[in-house]
Design a protein around this ligand. Structure first.
Ligand code: GUN
Ligand code: ZN
Length: 432
């Protein structure tokens, strides 16, 4: 094929996944080129190969040379609350108090569409500068908060998933809907946005304590009617929360059962946190192929507990990685990988750098059932890329000079990197 004016060749180190580094050796799961190239055409990755090979094949392509920069898939953040951007890092509370003291008052401000748009754009600016190209976001109870987020993402050509956060009990008056309104408003938003450009709708009951059984049932029905949508919620984050759920749903076998009873358990379900699971819950989630989302900075920040990554991966669960902004204390998936590493260490199961990078891209994309489109650097994938500078600060650079392979060279950036390590971000084939 002849190169059109829209063909671009990026040069640098390249990192692609050829397998799952939790299931096969690192060598089998990863392909790294020290002097590699990525050919972009029509918003997609057209080829990944050695630089010399692609330069010879595509002499007319526009070249962007990132030197030693590491080109890989953009980060996929599988669980965030964009409305919590302005109250991130709020001090001293655990989950329920944190929600009541900080979160709900901030979410009430999203009754203003103008405020929602301001924060949506701020959030997307911040995450882009940290290398995140796709995220799955909770919005607030207000339909306009969903419109604001999708409009902002659409203008940037970004692939995002979001939904109206439904609550009809145990929340302030101005943050409650009803079972019927949750159904009607979610259905309207879904019909408006799902499948438009790169946007997808997720049916979003916040969590069992803030929904009546009737509301969960209504949203379960909506999911049954729209089975290609994702459904996102929270599961077993803190032990107090689990006790509360037991009291609210005395007939349920466990926390997961409160979702299962109402049709809210499925392969396209995303269950945030999933820390304190019973054996039955683990088996059932595995059987359904449901997505578990690990939010390590949130779990340490709010004091929730230590996610069992090694055990769940060994059982074959579908696991993604997420910031959980603003219960999580960061917008950065690098910082989030570092926290996942630290949680692994506290459980005596350290994660390899390849596993961390896989979780932040492929793992999350798999949880979203979008791994055929995003989360890897491979021909046919959408051109959402991040280019990392592996010597972005003096502290990182001096450590990286000792590196003997790509993993020793990338791990200091995972552990100590921030937005200064993000040299470039490409979204939908365009550099920002
Ligand atoms: N559980 C229910 N709502 C939330 C939330 O906004 N953040 C976190 N971390 N957990 C929740
Ligand atoms: Zn959350």
């Amino acid at each position: 094929m002849t190169d059109s004016a829209g063909t671009t060749l990026l040069l640098g180190q390249t990192l692609s996944f050829t397998g799952n580094p939790f299931e096969s050796s690192i060598q089998d799961a990863v392909h790294h080129e020290t002097r590699g190239a990525v050919l972009l055409r029509d918003g997609h990755v057209a080829a990944v190969d050695q630089a010399d090979t692609l330069r010879a094949l595509h002499p007319l392509a526009r070249v962007v040379d990132y030197g030693n920069g590491l080109i890989m898939a953009g980060f996929v953040d599988a669980h965030v609350h964009y409305p919590q951007t302005a109250m991130i890092a709020s001090w001293g509370k655990r989950l329920i108090d944190w929600l009541n003291s900080y979160t709900f008052p901030e979410e009430a401000r999203f009754s203003s569409k103008a405020y929602a748009s301001e924060i949506a754009n701020r959030y997307l600016d911040l995450t882009r500068s940290h290398g995140t190209t796709t995220m799955v976001s909770f919005c607030t109870i207000h339909p306009a908060s969903v419109d604001a987020f999708f409009e902002a993402a659409q203008a940037r050509g970004q692939r995002v998933v979001a939904g109206k956060t439904c609550m009809d009990r145990n929340a302030p008056d101005d943050l409650r809907d009803t079972a019927q309104r949750a159904y009607d408003e979610s259905q309207h938003l879904l019909n408006t946005w799902h499948g438009v450009d790169r946007l997808s709708y997720a049916i979003t009951p916040r969590f069992s304590p803030t929904s009546s059984p009737e509301q969960l049932e209504a949203l379960g029905a909506l999911w049954r009617e729209n089975p290609d949508c994702l459904m996102q919620t929270h599961l077993s984050e803190q032990t107090d929360e689990i006790e509360w759920v037991k009291g609210l749903y005395p007939e349920a076998r466990d926390y997961l059962d409160t979702y299962e009873m109402y049709g809210l358990l499925g392969a396209r379900g995303l269950y945030g946190h999933a820390i304190h699971l019973t054996d039955r819950e683990r088996a059932r989630l595995r059987e359904m192929g449901a997505g578990l989302v690990h939010c390590p900075t949130s779990n340490t920040f709010i004091g929730s507990g230590l996610f069992d990554m090694a055990g769940l991966m060994a059982e074959g669960h579908r696991v993604g990685l997420a910031t959980d902004t603003g219960g999580g204390s960061s917008f950065s998936m690098l910082r989030t990988m570092a926290a996942a590493y630290e949680v692994g260490q506290l459980r005596h199961t350290p994660l390899h750098a390849a596993q961390l990078l896989w979780l932040a891209t492929q793992g999350s994309a798999r949880a979203l059932h979008m791994d055929d489109r995003i989360g890897n650097l491979a021909p046919g994938m959408e051109a959402d890329l991040v280019v990392l500078d592996l010597a972005s600060t003096e502290a990182i650079a001096q450590r990286a000079t000792r590196a003997e392979d790509i993993w020793e060279s990338v791990f200091p950036t995972i552990m100590m990197g921030d937005d200064r390590a993000v040299r470039a971000v490409w979204i939908n084939g365009k550099a920002g």
